[in-house]
Ligand binder design. Structure first.
Ligand SMILES: NC(=O)c1ccc[n+]([C@@H]2O[C@H](COP(=O)([O-])OP(=O)(O)OC[C@H]3O[C@@H](n4cnc5c(N)ncnc54)[C@H](OP(=O)(O)O)[C@@H]3O)[C@@H](O)[C@H]2O)c1
Length: 345
């Protein structure tokens, strides 16, 4: 199993027709990833159709265990069951796997990577590298520059998560449900568990009746701790699905040892990699999903001292990122770029 990729890797995208898969193709194109070839893999439903890659049509093939012969880099985004079943076959065939699912994220020998935060972790990979949960990826891009300057002692967050986080079918459900509501018609939810038009609800991941936390919340807590290298960080969280097509938002309260200097935090974030400061108090202009959609940067703003902590040691902020990009496809391609020989990206 090669530790690094060749200068011009032969790439396979598993789940190429999905919400993340389509963005993986775009990211490879826009970032001029030096792929020698790109193979598109999906289910039998899509086999034979084609998608444009770098200006030329590529026929989609049905994923099988034999799909990875001659592949150097396999980008997986077809769900954790598919990753668990097929990623080992890709590694056996000699490919490096970057996986978007939750299948391997907490395994000790699988690096969980956000390149702006913990790029050195990539070096220890054994053939599979994991892309984090979308909220964890976006949150840690904003938290890491603050944590480098002063250790974070506690984190509270509430998320406002878009339809796109639940895949292409959920985005379509939001469009159809909204059109039906505007036309005064009934719409029975097919993908998400509750009516989505002009509504919001607790995240649709499976709820643990004992703890009262759902699977999304559990993943965000565990992965944020792992990426930041803070295994015992106390994290409070509530994840909510909102009727936004694309880009997740999160309100955070971040506690440090010493009283917060908002101007110093703003200065750190203004130059942090992958961050764009959107913090205009005069115009009431702060991060919004429609301004983050399609953008690589994580938008950070509404910086202020949190009045809920009388010690003054807690910073409140609002963070928005396109989770199909920084929370999935872009981050995966950035990981792959980090595995290229020096000078190849
Ligand atoms: N959406 C996000 O923001 C996000 C963020 C981070 C991670 N992820 C993860 O990325 C993965 C994909 O998410 P998504 O939002 O792109 O989902 P999606 O839009 O529902 O797409 C699913 C993809 O998986 C393919 N697929 C399904 N069953 C398959 C099978 N038996 N064999 C081969 N391919 C199969 C589908 O192909 P067909 O079109 O042929 O059915 C499609 O390409 C999931 O693991 C998700 O947790 C998503």
């Amino acid at each position: 199993m090669p530790a690094r990729l060749p200068a011009e890797p032969r790439v396979a995208i598993v789940g190429a027709t999905g919400a993340v898969g389509i963005e993986l193709i775009r990211c490879l194109e826009q970032r001029r990833f030096p792929a020698a070839s790109v193979r598109l893999l999906a289910s039998a439903r899509s086999a034979g159709k084609s998608l444009s890659v770098m200006g030329a049509p590529v026929v989609i093939e049905e994923l099988t265990e034999a799909s990875f012969q001659g592949i150097d880099l396999a980008l997986f985004s077809a769900g954790s069951g598919i990753s668990k079943r097929f990623a080992p076959a890709a590694v056996r065939a000699g490919a490096v796997v970057v996986d978007n699912s939750s299948a391997f994220r907490m395994l000790p020998d699988v690096p969980l990577v956000v390149p702006e935060v913990n790029a050195p972790a990539m070096a220890s990979h054994q053939g599979i590298l994991a892309n984090p949960n979308c909220v964890a990826a976006i949150a840690t891009v904003a938290l890491a520059p603050l944590h480098r300057a002063a250790p974070i002692r506690r984190l509270n967050m509430a998320t406002y998560q878009a339809a796109s986080g639940a895949g292409a079918a959920a985005m379509e459900e939001l469009r159809l449900a909204t059109a039906a509501a505007l036309a005064g018609q009934d719409y029975a939810p097919q993908v998400l568990p509750h009516p989505y038009a002009f509504n919001l609800f607790s995240h649709n991941a499976e709820m643990d009746p004992l703890t009262g936390y759902n699977g999304e919340e559990t993943k965000v807590v565990a992965e944020t701790r792992r990426i930041l290298g803070l295994p015992d960080l106390p994290v409070g969280i509530t994840c909510i699905r909102v009727p936004v097509l694309r880009a997740h938002a999160m309100a955070m309260q971040v506690t440090f040892d010493a009283p917060v200097d908002v101007d110093a935090a703003r200065a750190l974030l203004a130059t942090a990699p992958g961050v764009r400061l959107v913090d205009d108090r005069v115009r009431n202009h702060f991060p919004m999903p429609n301004e983050a959609s399609g953008q690589d940067d994580v938008l950070v703003g509404r910086l202020r001292v949190d009045l809920g902590d009388p010690s003054g040691c807690t910073l409140a902020m609002f963070v928005v990122g396109d989770q199909l990009l920084k929370g999935a496809a872009l981050n995966a391609v950035q990981i792959a770029e980090g595995l290229l020989p020096a000078g190849a990206a």
